[in-house]
Design a protein. Structure first.
Length: 95
């Protein structure tokens, strides 16, 4: 549903690969939590910091664009918004 709203054409083969990679990541996270929980929590904290930094970087770039009224970087708007869109996903990791 999301890909139709954005207008991005993604083949079903690519979607299957993305879901397979997602499932593998969730399984490895669960396995890491069972086998070595002392290494899991610091790595999740580091991932949360990196994700929040990435999102705040996108917000900073948006603020610079507004403050300087630069017109040349309008084509990069979706990149900055995508960077900032990681913030709601990072909040539960750091909570």
């Amino acid at each position: 549903m999301m890909r139709e709203a954005v207008g991005i054409g993604v083949s079903s083969k690519v979607l299957r690969w993305l879901w397979a990679i997602t499932v593998a990541g969730v399984l490895s996270l669960a396995l890491g939590g069972v086998l070595q929980p002392q290494r899991l929590w610091p790595n999740l904290l580091l991932f949360g910091f990196i994700t929040v930094g990435f999102g705040l970087g996108g917000l900073l770039l948006m603020a610079f664009r507004v403050l300087t009224a630069a017109r040349w970087n309008d084509s990069f708007r979706c990149v900055r918004e995508s960077m900032a869109a990681t913030l709601p996903w990072a909040a539960p990791i750091l909570a």
